[in-house]
Design a binder for this molecule. Structure first.
Ligand code: PMP
Length: 362
């Protein structure tokens, strides 16, 4: 059957249909080469063009000029949990982290494994990660090499809606909200985003590094872990995940040419999220535990305060072709992810289904 699922997976997840159609159309013959992108040498002009043009498009979409270097790496968000502290601090150096749940926990443990003097300067653990700490109240250490935070917390469904203005560099794991809206980068020094959520395909991780940070990179790292190696080699130091970067490129083109940029995309994503949150808040059956000002536009978590009914709900969604509604295995409940590939129509279909279910069980 060519009927597409209504896909709310937390990532990898939905990819915009026009992108899949374009990929399909040129799968056997990319730009007259007589080859698929998958068959092209990573040293070919075509692959280097895709890499360079992707970086150029990110810069243009985000309005970055030339203050950032943009590279495409492998190893996922998890490798960045190590590369960030390896590049910008040495054993014993103070580094500050904000703890907002599952993924920052992994980032913190990774940095600690390198023997850094890591301090958690703010945490949402006291309230079970149902809101993000107030950034106006954070206190970083004067000598700290950087502050690390996660902009959107995929598992617990919270999101920072701004970044702190502080004297030390701010490094953001933006894996699950990068390229979902326009952001103000003025307070950010490094941004990284694994795939696939809003752009790309699993296999590539996008890293943006403010040029002034390059002078702070520690000497003596193995070449592959040093960000400068990948900048110097235009993300082609070793065989890059060419097809993943190609899909990233197609999605970036879709954002620019089909949608009309990040401002417009942000409005579309905001609309999807508010439709769902407003509906949840209007019912007595569904409950969103996240404090309203910390709610994520990307990952909407909610519960049905009756375990049997909740299980039945998740089962019935899947029977109806609505996929990926179960919460993260560490949290339970439900989670619906609204990345770029998810249409408003898909959200409306879900709400229609939830409404019917609520009526049946009230
Ligand atoms: N950070 C965040 C916010 C994530 O959501 C994820 C994965 N879902 C990661 C990091 C880890 O990325 P990876 O699986 O590529 O290591």
């Amino acid at each position: 059957s060519d009927r597409r699922a209504i896909n709310f997976y937390a990532g990898p997840g939905a990819i915009p249909l026009p992108v899949l159609e374009r990929v399909h159309a040129e799968l056997f013959n990319f730009k007259g080469t007589g080859m698929s992108v998958m068959e092209l040498s990573h040293r070919s002009d075509e692959i280097q063009f895709i890499i360079d043009d992707s970086a150029k498009r990110i810069k243009k979409l985000m309005g970055l000029d030339d203050q950032f270097e943009i590279i495409f790496l492998q190893g996922g968000g998890s490798l960045q949990f190590l590369m960030v502290p390896m590049n910008f601090s040495q054993p014993g150096d103070p580094i500050d982290y904000i703890d907002t749940g599952y993924w920052t926990g992994k980032a913190i443990r990774a940095a600690q494994s390198l023997g850094r003097n890591l301090k958690i300067i703010a945490s949402s653990s006291d309230y079970n990660h149902t809101s993000v700490p107030n950034l106006n109240e954070i206190d970083t250490r004067p000598g700290a090499k950087f502050l690390h935070l996660c902009s959107n917390n995929t598992v617990v469904g919270t999101q920072f809606h701004s970044f702190p203005e502080i004297p030390i560099p701010v490094i953001a794991d933006m894996s699950s909200d990068f390229m979902s809206k326009q952001i103000d980068v003025s307070n950010l020094s490094v941004i990284y985003a694994h795939a696939q959520k809003n752009v790309g395909l699993a296999g590539t991780t996008i890293v943006l590094i403010r040029k002034e940070m390059l002078t702070k990179i520690c000497e003596g790292l193995p070449e592959i872990f040093d960000y400068r190696t990948h900048i110097k080699n235009k993300s082609n130091y070793h065989t890059p995940p060419c097809f993943s970067i190609y899909i990233t490129w197609q999605i970036l083109r879709w954002i620019e040419e089909d949608i009309g940029g990040l401002e417009k995309l942000g409005k579309i994503n905001q609309k999807k999220a508010s439709l769902l949150y407003d509906f949840i808040d209007s019912t007595s059956l569904f409950h969103c535990p996240v404090e309203p000002s910390s709610r994520s536009q990307m990952n909407v978590v909610f519960t049905i305060p009756n375990e049997t009914l909740e299980k039945q709900f998740i089962y019935e969604t899947s029977q109806a072709g609505i996929i990926g509604v179960a919460g993260h295995r560490t949290r339970g409940g439900c989670r619906v992810s609204l990345y770029n590939g998810v249409t408003q129509e898909a959200v409306e279909t879900l709400i229609f289904f939830m409404n019917k279910f609520a009526k049946q069980h009230s």
